[in-house]
Design a protein around this ligand. Structure first.
Ligand SMILES: [Zn+2]
Length: 132
């Protein structure tokens, strides 16, 4: 279900930008999805196609995966999250609850499980193109 809420948020944000930039027609919208924020791309695409207003009629939606960067709170080491290092069950748990990541992922330098997600969390609007 949350793909629909995401699609609504994306379109609302894109509309705001379109208004600010005085775009009459939107041609292209690029959305970035953080790796830890697993989203069913097909459902998101379908939701976008159903919810898009008239000014988005010919808009192409690009959905790109964003790398997740983690940063250790203890030693400050930053590293990229790699899903392939986790077993399937763990990946599945993270899929549903990103917070679960703390139970499975440890700093590769000092072994601390106390880290923050520095980049690549959530879903955001990367780019929008249109005509005035
Ligand atoms: Zn560390």
């Amino acid at each position: 279900m949350h793909e629909w809420a995401l699609a609504e948020a994306v379109i609302a944000a894109a509309q705001q930008i379109a208004e600010k930039e005085k775009l009459k027609e939107i041609k292209e919208v690029t959305i970035k999805v953080g790796e830890l924020q697993q989203v069913e791309e097909e459902i998101l695409r379908f939701a976008l196609s159903q919810l898009k207003p008239a000014s988005f009629k010919n808009a192409e939606f690009h959905i790109a995966k964003a790398k997740t960067k983690l940063k250790c709170r203890v030693c400050g080491h930053a590293w990229l999250f790699r899903k392939s290092k986790l077993d399937e069950e763990t990946a599945e748990a993270i899929h549903f609850v990103p917070e679960v990541a703390h139970a499975y992922i440890k700093c590769p330098k000092c072994g601390s499980p106390d880290f923050e997600i520095a980049e690549g969390r959530g879903v955001w609007l990367e780019n929008i193109k249109g005509v005035r």
